[in-house]
Design a protein around this ligand. Structure first.
Ligand SMILES: [Fe+2]
Length: 401
């Protein structure tokens, strides 16, 4: 009797353990699927359809896993570790387990890559400040836009961005640019769910750093009428070496021409496919923009001497291999929002990249390119847990030889 109770307990615990692994693998499979789909230039209505496939898979497969466990335990005489295997005519019960197994393999690969990722040389985070905007504004800056329920999720950090200061070192930065303070802003997603005062405060605080150079790496608008916000946000920023920007996939879903016109009106320069030079005294660096795969073509650095420091603004970090092949020194990206949610041990979850969550945020050194991926200021879905919004001041120094 006692042994029977022990055996039954072991069987139940094993089944719970298998179910946990199955649900974990299934969840990772569908988030990986979504991440890769959203890295592609697909119209938003089609993306919504693919999203439904994600939702169905995420919600139904766990029930199939549970059903298969119950089914095999009731019908089979063959057992492994107390859990019965399906009979020959019930092999279909293995299908959800194969899918979950694929998810677990992908998850293991992701975690291994993260462990093996090398630390960028000459890089440091010097200062971090969490700005609780609701305290400074007297209330949470909620607007009338969609996804209001997300703002009420406990632990949502969408209203508390991190202002951080980081130092980078480079081999061929000209002497005139030593100590350049570069403000990197990305992914503001003007939609109306988070209201204008939040953004005006963020931009005001960013300008207090008195940056030398400012870049914005895309995803400006989610609603066309919010173009009116540009003047009191981006219009606040100015820097002696200029303000440069590119647009992102959310801008691509709208009409980009009015955005570009408005940004030109306030003195921001669109970083095009052809590299431009930024000059300081007798020193020069080159900068170009890359809005692929949604817009434009590969940037042209043909006219740039190979000794000149090269910067690239690319909305998605997925263009990293192109950057490496074209000797880009410093690539600045956004798009992945730090994964929106970071889980303990597992890390970032939703990152619309062909590389999944690998480039969700942070600094990467893949010679000769250093890549800075900003978590951005906001997102169409304003949910940030463990992936706090980010505004960065980057100081550029020369690497000691
Ligand atoms: Fe974005």
């Amino acid at each position: 009797m006692f042994l029977a109770i022990v055996n039954l307990t072991m069987e139940i615990l094993t089944a719970i353990g298998l179910l946990f692994l199955g649900v974990l693998g299934n969840s990772w499979f569908w988030t990986s699927y979504t991440n890769r789909i959203y890295s592609l230039p697909i119209p938003s209505d089609r993306l919504d359809q693919y999203r439904i496939v994600h939702d169905i898979g995420m919600l139904t497969v766990p029930f199939a896993l549970l059903f298969s466990l119950i089914r095999v335990s009731m019908t089979s005489h063959h057992e492994i570790a107390g859990i019965a295997l399906p009979q020959q005519n019930e092999n279909w019960l293995l299908a959800p387990w194969l899918l979950s197994g694929a998810g677990l393999i992908m998850l293991s690969s992701t975690l291994l890559k993260r462990i093996l990722r090398s630390k960028p040389p000459g890089f440091s985070v010097d200062h971090r400040e969490i700005v609780h905007t609701e305290q400074l504004l007297g209330q949470k800056s909620r607007g009338e836009g969609p996804y209001q329920k997300l703002l009420r999720v406990p632990g949502n950090q969408a209203f508390s961005p991190e202002f951080n200061e980081k130092t980078f070192t480079f081999d061929r930065l000209p002497a005139e640019f030593y100590g350049t303070k570069l403000l990197h802003i990305s992914d503001v997603h003007f939609l109306g769910t988070i209201d204008r005062p939040f953004y005006e405060l963020v931009f005001e605080k960013a300008q207090q750093w008195s940056p030398d150079l400012i870049v914005f790496t895309g995803d400006l608008l989610d609603r066309p009428e919010k173009i009116e916000w540009i003047d009191t946000t981006f219009g606040q920023l100015h820097a002696p070496l200029g303000c440069y920007y590119i647009l992102g996939n959310h801008d691509w879903h709208l009409d980009c021409d009015p955005i570009r016109d408005r940004m030109a009106d306030i003195g921001w320069q669109l970083c095009g496919e052809k590299a431009e030079f930024i000059t300081k005294e007798s020193g020069q660096i080159a900068i170009a923009g890359d809005e692929r795969p949604w817009m434009g073509n590969a940037p042209q650095f043909n006219q740039v001497d190979e000794r000149i420091f090269r910067m690239l603004l690319s909305h998605t970090p997925d263009n990293i291999n192109w950057a490496r092949q074209h000797q880009i020194d410093f690539m600045l990206s956004g798009h992945n929002h730090g994964g929106q949610i970071k889980l303990p041990l597992l890390g970032p979850v939703y990152s619309p990249s062909r590389y999944g969550v690998h480039y969700a945020d942070g600094v990467f050194y893949e010679p000769p390119t250093t890549l800075h991926v900003s978590r951005g200021v906001s997102g169409k879905h304003p949910l940030r847990i463990g992936a706090r919004p980010e505004i960065s001041l980057l100081t550029l120094l020369r690497r000691a030889s």
